[in-house]
Design a protein around this ligand. Structure first.
Ligand SMILES: [Zn+2]
Length: 276
């Protein structure tokens, strides 16, 4: 029986005073199980703070993950932007190590009109270089490219799973809301089942035991994701998604990115726990 933990994308909104450290304490108080530390505007945390946050997370049994900065494009056409993107992933991963977080989520790239096959090779090469540097620095975290919400962004389910299969140290972040928004489909029990089966056939059963998932309500257009919504105000069939998790005995972290963070994280957790 694998264990599925629920938590928030960033510090819960009801945290007082508002800090990452207090956020971890608040997660424990709410009886949630995990929190993603958001470095989306840049890695600004310093090592001593990360060590303190690591301590309270360990004491209170809260699992941490990290979201790397948004300003990453491993397919940028300018060399300096590639260098900066690799550096941002490395910094986020280094801080994840200090935090005791096992996973670093990031949005890998934009296609910029390039053929997807070529973009895949470019992303793979650049990501491989980050992985080498992490190994040299003895940073032991998984890099998790995220399934992205827009057709202009690299990060289809297939691309994310192929990177995970081809690169040691890479595992997927499956954002079910993004995948639904991007495809206009993938919003029923049967479709969630086939996504999980696809993950298992690509990466093996251990991938389902150690999943990293993003869920929120979502609004979308033909171009994909437009914004995050509350679960109850969106069309996402989250109960069917949770049923598919249960039926496949999925383990790992489910990070809620709805605007009300902890309320929807608790809704997901309570709904999941009620499933027989
Ligand atoms: Zn993300």
């Amino acid at each position: 029986m694998s264990k599925l933990l629920f938590g928030t994308a960033g510090v819960p909104l009801s945290t007082r005073p508002f800090s990452t450290y207090q956020g971890v304490a608040r997660i424990a108080e709410l009886s949630l199980g995990c929190m993603e530390v958001e470095f989306v505007q840049g890695v600004r945390m310093k090592s001593p703070e990360a060590v303190r946050v690591n301590q309270i997370a360990t004491q209170s049994n809260v699992r941490l993950s990290v979201h790397a900065p948004y300003f990453i494009n491993l397919n940028a056409h300018e060399e300096n932007k590639i260098v900066a993107s690799k550096q941002r992933i490395f910094q986020a991963a280094y801080m994840a190590g200090q935090l005791g977080a096992k996973s670093v989520v990031f949005h890998p790239a934009f296609y910029l009109g390039d053929p997807p096959d070529q973009v895949y090779q470019t992303v793979k090469k650049n990501l491989g270089e980050v992985l080498n540097k992490l190994r040299e620095s003895n940073v032991k975290v998984l890099l998790r490219p995220e399934v992205t919400g827009k057709g202009s962004q690299f990060g289809s389910l297939e691309e994310v799973l192929m990177l995970s299969r081809e690169l040691e140290g890479v595992a997927p972040c499956i954002d079910f809301s993004h995948w639904h928004a991007r495809t206009g489909a993938n919003n029923s029990y049967d479709e969630f089942q086939s996504v999980l089966k696809f993950i298992e056939s690509s990466l093996g059963r251990p991938a389902l035991d150690d999943m990293h998932v993003h869920v929120s309500g979502i609004a979308y257009t033909a171009k994909g994701e437009s914004k995050h919504l509350l679960l109850e105000e969106s069309d996402l069939k989250y109960k069917e998604l949770l049923r598919a998790f249960k039926d496949n005995d999925v383990g790992g972290l489910v990070i809620c990115e709805s605007p009300n963070l902890e309320d929807d994280a608790l809704l997901l957790q309570q709904t999941y726990q009620k499933l027989a």
